[in-house]
Design a protein around this ligand. Structure first.
Ligand SMILES: Nc1ncnc2c1ncn2[C@@H]1O[C@H](COP(=O)(O)OP(=O)(O)OP(=O)(O)O)[C@@H](O)[C@H]1O
Ligand SMILES: O=C(O)C1=C[C@@H](O)[C@@H](O)[C@H](O)C1
Length: 313
């Protein structure tokens, strides 16, 4: 991965100035100076509680070592071959955002099918973080069972308990991108763990979720498998009910990345053509990632969304 980034950075023909990253072709020097100054001020604000806790990680040495994978071995590899414009932008943005992350974990939250796993793998590869899937961790804790069979055999409460245990263990680590289960946000205790890092809600319209899920079927998703009807209607009906119950919980995330907003910004008619790399770009350059207090980041989010609507770029 480092080699890929280095390779991308060395290509003179593809060098990207910070001004290009913001979509504004002029005033590159001014933007660079402003970025530097902003960076300097943010570094002064860094609180000790966000220092990476590598010693703790080494001491624990638990099974997370095997269940979280380095991004280079993941199938997200294909998102970087060939190195397209979006991938280059993502890598360049990573360089800007990395000092602010300071090793904090990124927890992706969102409804089933919202792309937490797909985008998470891209992000982890670009950041050189490990990728972890909390559902996979729960499955490892209950050998021989999938999420669907854990629900069927032991019930949802048992699954939620195991899910919280998994998130607790992950929160003791750093430099992880975690794809959380779609319902993880409903348990208050999980926020205690996720708030040790940065949480990002990938907000995808329900119709798009239903399309994606219908394409692969509802078998592996026990909470969607109960309705009758064709796969699309079945998924949409249940997802709508779940979203009604959960939207207030998703809003607790540090940052919200909305596919509708990205589509509006890019002038796309619908959200189905937004690539995982593009979504990862929105995640890493969300202003909330640069903020260290939850209150400040919530304010940044409101301002960011208002400005994005006024000046789509
Ligand atoms: N940006 C995208 N555009 C189109 N399809 C996508 C995109 N991101 C993910 N998908 C597809 O949507 C489906 C669900 O994606 P993924 O497994 O990453 O979601 P998830 O949030 O991890 O789901 P779950 O919580 O149910 O495990 C997959 O088939 C994936 O290929
Ligand atoms: O939305 C949910 O509640 C779930 C989502 C999946 O990721 C799994 O965690 C499980 O199927 C429950």
């Amino acid at each position: 991965m480092a080699a890929k980034i280095a390779y991308a950075m060395q290509l003179p023909a593809t060098r990207i100035e910070p001004a290009n990253l913001t979509g504004k072709p002029s005033g590159s020097l001014r933007v660079t100076r402003r970025l530097k100054e902003w960076k300097r001020q943010q570094l002064l604000l860094i609180s000790p509680e966000f220092q990476p806790n590598r010693v703790l990680n080494r001491q624990r040495g638990d099974s997370l070592e095997v269940s979280c994978s380095p991004a280079s071995v993941l199938e997200s590899e294909s998102f970087y071959a060939p190195l397209d414009d979006e991938s280059l932008i993502l890598m360049k943005k990573m360089e800007l955002v990395e000092p602010y992350l300071r090793g904090r974990n990124i927890y992706l939250v969102g409804m089933m099918g919202s792309g937490k796993t797909t985008v998470g793998k891209v992000l982890s590869q670009a950041l050189d973080y490990l990728f972890c899937d909390s559902d996979a961790l729960v499955e490892e804790e209950v050998p021989g069972h999938s999420v669907a069979s854990i629900f069927e055999r032991f019930g949802e409460d048992y699954f939620r308990h195991k899910e919280s245990n998994a998130l607790q263990r992950l929160s003791l680590r750093n430099r992880l991108v975690v794809s959380t289960g779609g319902g993880a946000v409903t348990q208050d205790i999980n926020w205690k763990y996720m708030n040790t890092g940065i949480s990002v809600w990938i907000d995808v319209p329900l119709e798009e979720l239903a399309n994606r899920i219908a394409a692969v079927g509802t078998h592996s998703r026990p909470l969607l498998h109960q309705e009758s009807g064709d796969p699309y209607t079945k998924a949409l009906t249940r997802l709508s009910a779940l979203f009604e119950e959960r939207h207030k919980d998703y809003r607790k995330a540090t940052a919200r990345v909305s596919l509708e907003n990205i589509a509006a910004k890019l002038g796309h008619g619908d959200v189905s053509n937004i690539t995982p790399v593009r979504i990862a770009i929105e995640v890493v350059f969300h202003p909330s990632l640069f903020m260290f207090s939850h209150v400040l980041s919530s304010c940044a989010q409101v301002v960011f969304e208002a400005v994005s609507r006024l000046f789509p770029c």
